[in-house]
Design a protein around this ligand. Structure first.
Ligand SMILES: [Zn+2]
Length: 234
């Protein structure tokens, strides 16, 4: 109930104050768009994209065969990224995802492996969640990335076939159980022989990404790399 009230009040807030920063709610100056310069500067980058065997890649070791994995920023409850991602997920600020995707895309141009990627796929939402939120927040990140990296998006090849509960209050094994069999590849031809960059907003245990990647990897000659905006250490 309190959570819902917070969501509603946040949506009203953005409606009346569109020129305030999504992270700190201060006024934006003319050259700033959606997120202020000071907020961008406080966001802690991981630079994992240039580090082999980084902690994100290690998350998937022994589970699924991935080529590369990275998260752009560290996520913790005190950092402004939490408020920024809140704007993306609950305050209808789709453009926040595009901006974050563009920023990550610029840094990813320095990753030697990025040139091998054929297609970008974002973790799909269930139909119920799409109806509720009106958009897929990970798709907005994929759009920003695609624009900078000039790599196409495929939004139809994979779909979410199970309406899973929120992962927030679940322990690690419950999280893996919750998303098991949640995804299906619906158009195998489109991703056959492709190196897919799989996108999500936040990585915590990696359960959701793993479940989705597992389905993609079952397709003939597919390779997977993973990129998320935030890494929430569990
Ligand atoms: Zn700010």
């Amino acid at each position: 109930m309190i959570k819902n009230l917070r969501k509603i009040s946040n949506q009203i807030f953005s409606l009346f104050y569109p020129n305030l920063c999504a992270g700190c709610h201060n006024d934006l100056v003319s050259y700033e768009k959606i997120i202020c310069l000071s907020c961008w500067e406080t966001l802690p980058k991981t630079n994992f994209h240039t580090r082999e065997k980084n902690p994100i890649e290690q998350k998937f070791w022994g589970k699924i065969n991935i080529q590369h994995a990275t998260s752009f920023y560290y996520f913790n409850k005190e950092c402004r990224l939490q408020e920024i991602l809140h704007a993306l997920k609950y305050r209808k600020q789709y453009e926040v995802g595009i901006l974050l995707g563009q920023k990550m895309g610029v840094d990813l141009t320095y990753a030697t492996w990025i040139n091998d990627i054929d297609v970008i796929i974002s973790i799909p939402l269930s139909k119920e969640k799409m109806r509720f939120r009106g958009y897929n927040q990970s798709e907005s990140i994929a759009q920003g990335l695609s624009a900078v990296l000039n790599i196409p998006i495929n939004a139809d090849a994979v779909s979410r076939i199970k309406n899973t509960e929120s992962q927030t209050n679940k322990n690690i094994s419950e999280r893996f159980e919750n998303v098991k069999d949640a995804f299906a590849v619906v158009d195998k031809e489109k991703i056959k022989n492709k190196h897919v960059l799989l996108i999500d907003d936040v990585l915590t245990t990696g359960a959701t990404l793993e479940a989705c990647a597992r389905e993609i990897l079952s397709i003939e000659n597919c390779k997977i790399s993973i990129a998320t905006i935030a890494y929430a250490m569990d």
